[in-house]
Design a protein around this ligand. Structure first.
Ligand code: ATP
Length: 751
């Protein structure tokens, strides 16, 4: 890699665009004090990303922009461009030429470009790290800073050496890896905390899903149970229905027959109710019998009276007869006897007809009378006596005869009435008996009807029970279907032996129903329906957790890889550093003894803690035990020298020239071991005497074999070694100007 050119525009005193070509290994920049030479050296630092304003001799970004009154005074920006030849691809970029540019604006903002493309500062730093020309500036020795490496702290010195050895690349890699590791660990923590955050939700959802699975299992069992239950229940209900229909048939028929019978009986009873009319007829008959009896009693009383009178008459006649009988016997004609017998026959015939006692008595009475009359008539001997006084008697007899006939008629009528009455009573009794029989039958039928009614009522109750069971069945089916699904309506397809079903007791079916109810309640308690959603959410969160776990695994793996990489880099850095330091030490010794004509010089790695602790404890500022681990762990570089013929215990007692020579020896040693593409030395030779200037001149020629040298100098010897000489002058308006000069001119310009 080679430095081709430098272009400054508006940077510090270079108001106008100024270009420097570096076509020779050694370029010297000469010019009077304050003309702007150091500004050129600084422009390199600036372009390579220097962030320390102090190193750029300014306080703000604005200080880097031309602020004079000359041309370009209005410029609001200062820029520096470095063009490098990258044919050997030292820079890790696929261009033969690489232009690195930095622009600073008045507001202090900066822009960085690589080959015209805007980039980050870090990109510039990483790019140049490959060429060992970072901003630490070991290859840019500013004015008055020749011994900077001697003044630097152990740590700063180490950084310079590391950069010079090209270890910056590894350090960048290490830093990058550390940052990545830090980021990875941060990511791991956030992934772990995310997993921790979702873990309770996962376990909650897991329990829910388990519940859902359990519920699903229970629902499956319930479905089978329900199918069996409803199939059994439907068979049972159908059977009960059929049985009830059959059970109803006989009593219904009986009921119909009974109703018919009852109708007939009612008709019969309606007929028997006519008995009332008959009883009226009986009453009137009784009245007629009563009247007939009254009439007969009256006739009999009258007859009695007549009989009394007749009897008195007869008594009189008998007395008369007895008197006549005492005087004579008398004969009786046959015809008289026949007539007498005939009368008796008639009366006896009447007796036969008479049925009542009274009738018979009356007949006997008349028989007695006939006999009396016959005897009286015969004993009197004839007609003369009869004609005497029998008229009243005859009337009475006649009356008596009529009355007797009347009585006889009345008796006859009485008998007829009696017969009629008896017949009527008998008829009525018979009718009543028929009515009573009909009533009895009706009551029996009604009892039977009642029994039938009760029987039918019981059947009705059973039917109602069956209807209730049917209704309950439909209800249950609906409710169960809501829990286990619509497929329950296909319960009829459930295969079961109907004979077994009907043979089974109802208790088992009731037990099944209770089991269904219990399961339904449990399912309800477990939360019905939201299963799919919970499962989905669980799957999602589980997938997320698995993703996070995988990511965590990847992160752990990459963290592990990064740690290994960092360890490798540490090992490599350590190795390279120690190897580099060993080489530098050789060269340091060479250059040192060359410069001082002998003596020894060495670099050694020390832990800064010792030094710091020692310093601080000596200064009484720090308690030795309070030094932190981190501080103790930082390694630094210590320089130890011993001058020929002098006892030098530490660097502080060296003279300015000795310090400059030691410093130059070290810088050259470093540059020799790992040559930078270019080396800028701003008046590093200022403190050298003539002899040392020559030695210095020799050494830079040596160095120029591997690195381009840009030397700002007032030293004639140094100028004489340069292939190109630039003279810098400052115009009256404070603008630096550049011109190529020849050696003899350069000597003049330098003055
Ligand atoms: P010496 O030989 O004495 O070391 P030099 O040639 O190295 O001098 P520099 O230090 O490079 O000179 O330049 C300093 C000059 O640059 C000063 O005159 C200063 O005024 C000028 N200068 C610095 N910054 C600016 C700026 N922002 N604008 C204009 N001029 C500036």
């Amino acid at each position: 890699m080679r430095l081709i050119s430098l272009e400054l525009s508006g940077f510090k005193s270079f108001a106008k665009k100024t270009s420097l070509e570096f076509s020779a290994p050694i370029t010297a920049i000469v010019g009077p004090n304050g003309s702007g030479k150091s500004n050129i050296a600084e422009s390199f630092r600036f372009a390579l990303g220097e962030q320390s304003m102090k190193s750029l001799r300014g306080k703000r970004g604005e200080d880097l922009i031309y602020s004079g009154i000359g041309a370009g005074a209005k410029s609001n920006r200062g820029s520096v461009k470095i063009t490098l030849d990258n044919a050997d691809r030292i820079l890790n970029i696929d261009y033969n030429e690489v232009v690195i540019e930095r622009i600073v604006h008045r507001d202090g903002t900066n822009e960085y470009f690589i080959n015209g493309s805007r980039v980050r500062l870090r990109d510039i730093m990483e790019l140049v790290a490959h060429a060992h020309i970072g901003s630490s500036g070991h290859h840019i020795i500013s004015q008055g800073e020749a011994d900077r490496i001697l003044n630097a702290t152990l740590k700063e010195r180490r950084v310079m050496i590391e950069e010079a050895l090209g270890l910056k690349v590894y350090q960048f890699k290490k830093q990058e890896s550390e940052k990545k590791l830090e980021k990875t660990e941060e990511n791991m923590r956030s992934v772990e905390s995310l997993r921790k955050e979702i873990a309770p939700h996962i376990s909650f959802l897991k329990r829910q899903v388990e519940k859902v699975a359990k519920a699903e299992h229970m629902r499956g069992d319930l479905r089978t149970l329900c199918l069996e239950y409803f199939k059994r229940e439907s068979l049972y209900i159908a059977d009960v229905r059929q049985r009830l229909v059959r059970e109803r048939e006989i009593p219904e028929k009986k009921k119909e027959g009974l109703e018919e019978k009852l109708q007939n009986l009612k008709k019969e009873l309606a007929v028997s109710s006519k008995t009332d009319g008959r009883s009226h007829a009986i009453v009137s008959l009784e009245e007629r019998m009563h009247a007939a009896r009254d009439e007969r009693s009256s006739a009999e009383r009258k007859l009695g009276r007549l009989e009394g009178m007749i009897s008195a008459w007869q008594m009189h006649f008998r007395k008369e007869q007895e008197r006549n009988l005492a005087h004579k016997q008398r004969s009786i004609s046959f015809s008289r006897v026949e007539e007498f017998v005939h009368k008796l026959d008639v009366e006896i015939g009447h007796i036969a007809e008479r049925q009542t006692l009274e009738g018979i008595q009356a007949a006997f009475s008349r028989i007695h009378e006939i006999m009396q009359k016959f005897l009286l008539h015969e004993s009197e001997g004839g007609i003369e006596k009869i004609t005497l006084d029998t008229k009243d008697y005859d009337d009475q007899v006649e009356q008596k005869k009529h009355i007797e006939e009347k009585i006889s008629e009345l008796e006859k009528e009485g008998r007829a009435l009696d017969l009629e009455y008896r017949m009527m009573c008998e008829e009525m009794e018979r009718e009543k008996e028929v009515g009573r029989e009909a009533e009895r039958e009706m009551f029996a039928l009604m009892r039977e009807q009642q029994v039938l009614h009760t029987e039918l009522m019981q059947i009705r109750l059973k039917e109602e029970q069956c209807e209730r069971e049917e209704k309950e069945f439909k209800n249950d089916l609906g409710e169960a279907a809501a829990v286990v699904g619509r497929e329950l309506v296909n319960y009829a397809n459930f295969v079961i032996n109907s004979v077994d079903v009907l043979a089974e007791g109802r208790d088992k079916q009731r037990e099944r129903r209770r089991a269904i109810e219990r399961t339904c309640v449990r399912l309800e308690e477990m939360g019905n329906g939201a299963g799919g959603e919970v499962k989905r959410e669980y799957d999602e969160i589980l997938a997320r957790d698995e993703f996070l776990a995988r990511e965590l695994g990847d992160l752990r793996q990459s963290a592990q890889s990064l740690r290994e990489l960092i360890t490798d880099l540490d090992v490599r850095l350590d190795y390279e550093f120690k190897a580099g330091v060993a080489k530098i030490n050789d060269q340091f010794q060479n250059y040192f003894s060359l410069m001082f004509g002998g003596g020894t010089a060495s670099l050694s790695v020390v832990r800064e803690k010792k030094r710091r602790r020692l310093q601080l404890v000596l200064a009484g500022e720090e308690d030795a035990d309070s030094i932190s681990e981190e501080e103790e762990g930082v390694e630094g570089m210590m320089i130890e020298v011993s001058l020929p013929r002098k006892r030098v215990s530490n660097l502080d007692i060296l003279s300015g020239g000795e310090r400059a020579l030691t410093s130059i020896a070290l810088i050259f040693a470093i540059s020799q071991v790992n040559p930078p593409p270019f080396l800028i030395l701003d008046e590093t030779d200022a403190a050298l005497d003539e002899a040392n200037s020559r030695k210095y001149g020799d050494m830079i020629e040596n160095l120029a074999v591997h690195s381009q040298l840009i030397l700002i100098t007032h030293n004639r010897e140094t100028m004489s070694r340069a292939g190109i000489l630039y003279g810098v002058t400052m115009s009256g308006d404070g603008v630096s100007q550049l011109l190529s000069v020849r050696f003899d001119e350069a000597v003049k310009v330098a003055k």
